[in-house]
Design a protein around this ligand. Structure first.
Ligand SMILES: *[C@@H]1O[C@H](CO)[C@@H](O)[C@H](O)[C@H]1NC(C)=O
Ligand SMILES: *[C@@H]1O[C@H](CO)[C@@H](O)[C@H](O)[C@H]1NC(C)=O
Ligand SMILES: *[C@@H]1O[C@H](CO)[C@@H](O)[C@H](O)[C@H]1NC(C)=O
Ligand SMILES: *[C@@H]1O[C@H](CO)[C@@H](O)[C@H](O)[C@H]1NC(C)=O
Ligand SMILES: *[C@@H]1O[C@H](CO)[C@@H](O)[C@H](O)[C@H]1NC(C)=O
Ligand SMILES: [Cu+2]
Length: 426
């Protein structure tokens, strides 16, 4: 019997059984998209290797759902323009790309860094490159896209537009790669193919600065969170992005010693060398394999999921999102506003998107719908603003690629196989 996706989804809904404790890693049985019964972990293992295999099982489940949907789309539509198994783009982990694929990606990123900005100087005086158009859009909208109902949708669209820009404006033929934090937590950041400083990496650590005091997050009456500084802190001097110039920001850069460095609205021209402060302790503590599985399995609704991912204020946890950003560290890495000025941002946020994608696949009938959105249009609803809905418009301004659509509704951003999107993660 061949199931269409609607039937497969209903079947999924009907056969989801409650947690079935088995030893220390309980599982639950559910029906995969193809109709077969499958067993998924229900509780995150504390053992990193086991947790890593749990992520693989969950990601595989999401892949099966996507692949079934794509195969059916091809059979039903027979339209080359629709998203199907033949034209779907596959986003992969950086370490699984060949050297040539990595070089291609790096070349395209350098190409957009060398092109002129489209943002008028009257709007963002410091924007010099096409790459800066993306940084400027994020700075401009930061207070309306973090701890909001738009957080995941906005960043999904933003990374996709970046990928489109690399393809449409710089001849890139691949897909946006991602940074699997679980892998770097296990290997150490500087040993990973992303950060090893080689020609096929995204460049390495910053030059070491000795005895840096802690980073202190908090304020607003919340208990402070102390994060250790890393093993770098200075200029990035290895790999393809060595001595790269960051033009915009900082707006709110957390620096060692509890200092926050700001250059006003961050839109002025402020050229300086890219800095990083790779910090394994932060990666291991906040975005290890167990943190990811916990997030996937313990978040019953979108509110819980997106808050846990970004770190519940006052909980002392910065979430996997903060874990990635702060383990990269440096300038602009520790600045919520300017962080996309480090090109690793897009690998980090592809992984954020991948984790959302896996989580969505676990309850698709709910998580692609209005029930998959929670929150308003302002940072922790301050100042109060209307609820985000499927009809909320997302406008990235100049962070829009040639040949790509402009402003879209949240409903167009919920599925990676519908709306303008057509990609999966492996
Ligand atoms: C889904 O399709 C992709 C792309 O063809 C493939 O790489 C992946 O292994 C498939 N996943 C599963 C679980 O079949
Ligand atoms: C890396 O690239 C630099 C210049 O970009 C070049 O001088 C060097 O030989 C390359 N190293 C390797 C191992 O390819
Ligand atoms: C970073 O590079 C700039 C420009 O070359 C230089 O002026 C600055 O001193 C360097 N900073 C550090 C901390 O090495
Ligand atoms: C891994 O993550 C979990 C959950 O976030 C955390 O409780 C644990 O302490 C982390 N492991 C290490 C070695 O820090
Ligand atoms: C910044 O956002 C506002 C609306 O929130 C918009 O009118 C303006 O054009 C944006 N500026 C840039 C440079 O994108
Ligand atoms: Cu952001």
């Amino acid at each position: 019997m061949r199931l269409n996706s609607q039937a497969a989804l209903l079947l999924l809904a009907g056969t989801l059984t409650s947690a079935l404790p088995v030893e220390d890693t309980p599982v639950f049985t559910t029906t995969a998209a193809g109709g077969a019964t499958t067993t998924l972990p229900a509780v995150a293992s504390r053992n990193t290797a086991v947790a890593q295999s749990q992520i693989e099982q969950l990601a595989n489940f999401a892949q099966e759902l996507a692949n079934t949907t794509l195969t059916e789309a091809q059979e039903k539509m027979k339209r080359s323009s629709s998203c199907n198994i033949f034209n779907v783009r596959v986003r992969r982990e950086w370490g699984t790309l060949s050297s040539n694929e990595r070089r291609e990606y790096i070349k395209a990123v350098k190409c957009v860094m060398a092109k002129d900005a489209k943002t008028p100087r009257a709007l963002i005086p410091g924007a010099r490159s096409r790459y800066d158009d993306w940084v400027g859009s994020h700075i401009n909208q930061t207070n309306f896209i973090h701890y909001t109902g738009t957080f995941l949708g906005w960043h999904r669209y933003y990374v996709w537009q970046y990928e489109q820009m690399l393809r449409n404006e710089c001849g890139y033929t691949g897909s946006q790669p991602y940074w699997d934090w679980a892998k770097t937590a296990a290997t150490g950041l500087e040993k990973s193919p992303i950060f090893d400083g080689s020609n096929t990496s995204m460049s390495g650590n910053g030059l070491p600065i000795k005895n840096q005091p802690d980073i202190v997050l908090g304020g607003n009456g919340l208990p402070p969170i102390f994060l250790p500084a890393g093993t770098g802190g200075g200029n990035v001097t290895t790999g393809p992005f060595k001595n790269m110039i960051v033009n915009l920001g900082p707006v709110a850069l957390s620096a060692p010693g509890g200092e926050t460095i700001s250059n006003g609205d961050g839109l002025a021209y402020n050229p300086r060398v890219l800095k990083r402060d790779l910090t394994d302790a932060i990666n291991r503590r906040y975005s290890n394999a167990t943190s990811i599985v916990n997030l996937l399995l313990n978040s019953k609704d979108i509110e819980t999921f997106q808050m846990a991912m970004q770190g519940v204020p006052g909980s002392g946890d910065i979430g996997v999102h903060g874990g990635g950003h702060y383990s990269l560290g440096g300038d602009p890495g520790r600045d919520v506003f300017t962080s996309p000025a480090d090109p690793v941002f897009y690998l980090h946020h592809a992984q954020i998107d991948r984790v959302w994608w896996i989580w969505q696949a676990l309850k698709p009938w709910e998580r692609y719908s209005e029930k998959g959105i929670s929150g308003t249009g302002t940072f922790l609803n301050s100042p109060p603003s209307p609820d985000t809905t499927l009809k909320t418009l997302i406008d990235l301004g100049y962070a829009t690629a040639e040949g790509a659509p402009g402003a879209l509704l949240m409903e167009d951003l919920m599925s990676t196989l519908a709306g303008p999107f057509c990609y999966i993660y492996v």
